[in-house]
Design a binder for this molecule. Structure first.
Ligand code: SF4
Length: 204
């Protein structure tokens, strides 16, 4: 299957297949965060916030060390969020990134369309346990449009999703809300929208 062979290739090359990246986001987890969007997701949820991330194709291959250096070069990043696409299809390489940024004092969070039980099950993606072991926070479950939350105090976008706090020190940092928009002006002048309503903004 294509996603498995791509996963194996990335593992062998020690590279992350990126869909996008931004520094200093405040709508993708607690504090000020680097956000790493990976390429590839097979779920195709209705009203997915990021359909450009679905295809399992090579987009931007970045060596692990280069990605870590990029994250750490911005002193305002206090954490990293892996989003997608599906981060757990690149779990092994993202676990390596996580270990290195945690060693530098950052916390690590991930969004996933899998449930935690699936990630701990026998059919989980390669490296799932390895990445889970590095996470401080996890939001699991696919986005289900009919269960959309749409309230400014919720860290999840649909009510089937669950927030797992693996690091008790982060218990009092669940202060961000999913139902917000952030606009980043990039160095080349492009605008990057992020946050749950990004899809609505870009399509209006
Ligand atoms: S799991 Fe996430 S990235 Fe994948 S289709 Fe659903 S909402 Fe989009």
């Amino acid at each position: 299957m294509r996603r498995k062979s791509l996963q194996l290739t990335l593992y062998l090359l020690d590279r992350v297949n990126l869909m996008g990246y931004v520094d200093e986001s405040e709508v993708n987890g607690p504090g000020s965060r680097a956000v790493v969007w990976v390429q590839g997701c097979s779920r195709h949820c209705r009203s997915c916030f990021n359909p450009a991330s679905w295809a399992f194709e090579v987009n931007q291959l970045m060596p692990i060390e280069a990605l870590v250096n990029k994250i750490l070069s911005n002193p305002h990043n206090t954490g990293v969020t892996f989003s997608g696409g599906e981060p757990f299809w690149q779990a092994h390489t993202l676990a390596k990134v996580a270990r290195k940024v945690k060693a530098a004092g950052l916390n690590v969070m991930a969004f996933t369309g899998f449930t935690l039980e699936e990630l701990r099950g026998t059919n989980s993606p390669m490296g799932a346990e390895e990445l889970l072991a590095e996470l401080d926070l996890l939001i699991d479950g696919p986005y289900v449009e009919s269960l959309a939350v749409n309230i400014p105090s919720s860290p999840v976008s649909s009510s089937n999703q669950r927030l797992h706090i693996f690091n008790p020190q982060m218990q009092d940092q669940i202060t961000w809300a999913s139902d917000q928009i952030e606009i980043h002006i990039l160095k080349n002048g492009d605008r990057l929208f992020t946050g749950y309503r990004r899809y609505e903004v870009e399509n209006n």
